[in-house]
Design a binder for this molecule. Sequence first.
Ligand SMILES: Cc1cc2nc3c(=O)[nH]c(=O)nc-3n(C[C@H](O)[C@H](O)[C@H](O)COP(=O)(O)OP(=O)(O)OC[C@H]3O[C@@H](n4cnc5c(N)ncnc54)[C@H](O)[C@@H]3O)c2cc1C
Length: 463
Amino acid sequence: MSDLNQSALQKDTGMTTEKIQIDTLVIGAGQAGVAMSEHLSRLGVAHLVLERKRIAEAWRTGRWDSLVANGPAWHDRFPGLEFEGLDPDAFAAKEQVADYFEAYAKKFNAPIRTGVDVQQVQRNAGRPGFTVETSEGVIEANQVVIATGPFQRPVIPPIAPKDERFTQIHSAEYRNPQQLPEGAVLVVGAGSSGVQIADELQRAGKQVYLSVGAHDRPPRAYRNRDFCWWLGVLGEWDAEAVQAGKEHVTIAVSGARGGHTVDFRRLAHQGMTLVGLTQSFNDGVVTFQADLADNLARGDENYLALLDAADAYIARNGLDLPEEPEARTMLPEPACVTNPVLELDLAEAGVTSVIWATGYSADYSWLKVNACDAKGKPQHQRGVSSEPGVYFVGLPWLSRRGSAFIWGVWHDAKHIADHIVKQRTYLAYRDASQRQAEAERKARPDGAYADSHAPKLSIMGVS
Ligand SMILES: Cc1cc2nc3c(=O)[nH]c(=O)nc-3n(C[C@H](O)[C@H](O)[C@H](O)COP(=O)(O)OP(=O)(O)OC[C@H]3O[C@@H](n4cnc5c(N)ncnc54)[C@H](O)[C@@H]3O)c2cc1C
């Protein structure tokens, strides 16, 4: 077990022998937990962050080997620290992102305890606060902030067959092309993960089939500005609600090889076979929906809409950014689009592995409070849950489009920390009779003694 801040812990007694009391407990030390800790520290809220593995573990070991951040270093970071030794326009490798958050936490001496698994959170009966069971003992907290990540459990849809004839893995288990057996690969899902993995496999010499559903496909950069900049100035990161009909639309972007626009037609012209949405598996034969051309066309619409909005923004503000008419030229339709594959016999096609790049879900079964709906989905408003004192941070669309991304989570964490402090102010209110009783108590000769022994939630770490 390693600690960033021993002072956050109860001397050296260990959590197993003594119950820890803390004002605010943050669960998870990914980017969301680190951001939360920074804001709580700034506001003087005593808190402790518990992390079952290491800081930013998802970036260190939960992603494939070659992954780099999807946004450039100047954008995909917190306001208080730049990436050391990295060009602002470069894309940080996953280890650099993990190192960044570790350095960030050290910068303000975040009270993080690693190697502690939170196993249950329960509201106390008849008294305020929560009892939290962990692998190292019990903690009592007034508030609990859940920063356990939006992408916890890999989701493989029920159409996945139980078929020993080929290897099946989720994108969460993918590390590199060498890990797969000889033979062709079907990648199901063409969001940022699926398309980047498919591209890497093809570059490693594999025959790749890529199943493409509905997607947004922003240009990597346009007129000398990265799409992260465009989404920022056009207010799209701050969009507060998913557009109707776009609930299941993934975003296909890539920072790989210095960053490039995801162009499905280019991948097809380089030899990849694009197919529509994967529909079913039946005795080694996969069927695909006849929606590939439509999905690509809608992706193009999204791409061109951003170029139009960018051009209008430049004109409106009289910016001097070079024109880029070639960005509007589309490659001709490849054969796999004009004559789509609707059925594929995997053995005949030499497919020996299927990679499910089909997303993740969260698991809050350990959270025994009234903060989730009947389906286990968090119920909250900007992270303030339906159970007073329980907060969520880091979820997609928690408050806006940017919420699950590095820069966005920092702003959501700030809102939640402010909310915690506001609630404390309300709770500190005393009416006239209480104020008078308190004044009388303090005026008594034994008042000071009584005060210093009054039971209170212990203040550890930052206060
Ligand atoms: C493949 C991929 C690429 C991505 N690329 C980018 C990108 O380039 N830019 C960007 O802005 N975003 C990106 N994201 C989105 C997002 O930034 C990351 O998923 C990020 O890791 C989420 O941070 P988080 O702190 O919310 O969750 P996590 O990083 O998942 O952190 C949660 C932490 O909580 C811990 N934990 C969970 N349960 C418990 C428990 N019960 N007790 C104790 N600890 C617990 C976990 O060990 C983990 O360390 C990407 C996501 C994926 C999947």
